[in-house]
Design a protein around this ligand. Structure first.
Ligand code: NAD
Ligand code: TYD
Length: 353
């Protein structure tokens, strides 16, 4: 039986992971520590909040003493660190929170774990959830990122994640902490905050708003259904070698514009209007420093841990679209006043235009 501290468990991937873990491991204790930023929503967890062994704790990972007490009280043996500021565009508009949460927050968690765990043993594990963005941008003909790829982060977000990855690595080499790092490609699925490409496209289409496509729309991302990421983390927790890095990805590269067109076509079927939703596609000024292509080589996950994605993109995107169609109330509620302010700053127009 494990006793997990899941940080950021009210966010997109964290809430999917908490649900996934409770279903797969009902005997485990799962403590969800989340400060509930704009991106953290307890409404994403209502179906499992009464599960035995589950507890939500409202708190900040940067508060080292608080985390330390919580780890002691709950006798935590496994930390899964999702808590982060995660949106590249926000990191360009205001990097401070990214430095504080992603770097100092991870540092604080590592220090708390070091203090509580003392002499490390084989039951303990600190799994740090990171991103493929730390590797920078690939040219069209370059091979996908493997675990040896050099770090070259290009945004304040990816630089802050890279920094936290280095701290995690250092705690293994210096102190012998049993750490694992996963670097995953772009996730999609239910409960993703509608500032990211896929949910933003779905909602703007349905709401008759412009669908913003940055630059020429030919940037490439490698998309993974969120449950497959959760399964990948589970595989790493169960079979990963302490101190090692595992790249998790969808083996599923898409141009942004092709995804946007696909979503419009699916919505034309689900909710037909007078015009195709494609008429709302609007090319806008490119993101500064916009990475051209990400792609993950998930060979190590496949050969060493027997993991591979279970959801193909066609069925995953269909489930995702259906989920957003069925959960318009969730979308309305998470788009708070803070989100509306961000939207105006990012796209230079009111959300209702
Ligand atoms: P998210 O923005 O949806 O959720 C982040 C969560 O962290 C929120 O619930 C927020 O309230 C919480 N949080 C923020 N600051 C905190 C703090 N100081 N203390 C406690 N909680 C705090 O992010 P996500 O998309 O679910 O990403 C989760 C993790 O996975 C991040 O570390 C991200 O870098 C990584 N990742 C994301 C993707 C992706 O495509 N979304 C891909 C690879 C890796
Ligand atoms: P995003 O979902 O923000 O993820 P990330 O930047 O972490 O990859 O963006 C995915 C891609 O979609 C990225 O190339 C930027 C692009 N994009 C748009 O074209 N328009 C948008 O409104 C957003 C949010 C993203």
């Amino acid at each position: 039986m494990r006793r997990l501290l899941v940080t950021g468990g009210a966010g997109f991937i964290g809430s999917n992971f908490v649900r996934y873990w409770i279903k797969q491991h009902p005997e485990d204790r799962v403590i969800n520590l989340d400060v509930l930023t704009y991106a953290g929503n307890l409404e994403s967890l209502t179906d499992i909040e009464a599960a035995p062994g589950y507890r939500f704790v409202h708190g900040d990972i940067t508060d080292r003493q608080f985390v330390r007490r919580l780890m002691e009280d709950e006798q935590i043996d496994t930390v899964v660190n999702f808590a982060a500021e995660s949106h590249v565009d926000r990191s360009i508009l205001g990097p401070d929170a990214f430095i504080t949460t992603n770097i100092l927050g991870t540092f604080s968690l590592l220090e708390a774990a070091r203090a509580v765990w003392g002499d490390f043993d084989s039951t303990q594990c600190f799994l740090h959830v990171s991103t493929d963005e730390v590797y920078g941008s690939l040219k069209a003909d370059e091979p996908a990122f493997d675990e040896q790829h050099a770090y070259a982060p290009n945004s304040p977000y990816s630089a802050s994640k890279a920094s936290s990855d280095h701290l995690v690595r250092a705690y293994h080499h210096t102190y012998g902490m049993p750490v694992l790092t996963t670097n995953c490609s772009n996730n999609y699925g239910p409960y993703q905050f509608p500032e990211k490409l896929i949910p933003l496209t779905i909602l703007n289409a349905l709401e008759g708003k412009p669908i913003p496509v940055y630059g020429d729309g030919k940037n490439i991302r490698d998309w993974l259904y969120v449950d497959d990421h959760c399964g990948g983390i589970e595989a790493v927790l169960q079979g990963g070698i302490p101190g090692e890095v595992y790249n998790i990805g969808g083996i599923n590269e898409w141009y942004n514009i092709d995804i946007v067109n696909l979503i419009c076509e699916r919505l034309d079927e689900h909710r037909p209007g007078a015009d195709s939703y494609k008429a709302q596609i609007t090319y806008v000024t490119d993101r500064p420093g916009h990475d051209r292509r990400y792609a993950i080589d998930a060979g190590r996950m496949q050969s060493e841990l027997g993991w591979s994605p279970q959801h193909d993109f066609q069925s995953g995107i269909e489930r995702t679209i259906q989920w957003y169609l069925d959960h318009r109330d969730w979308c309305d509620r998470v788009r708070s006043g803070e989100y509306r302010d961000y939207y105006v700053r990012q796209y230079g127009e009111s959300e209702n235009s």
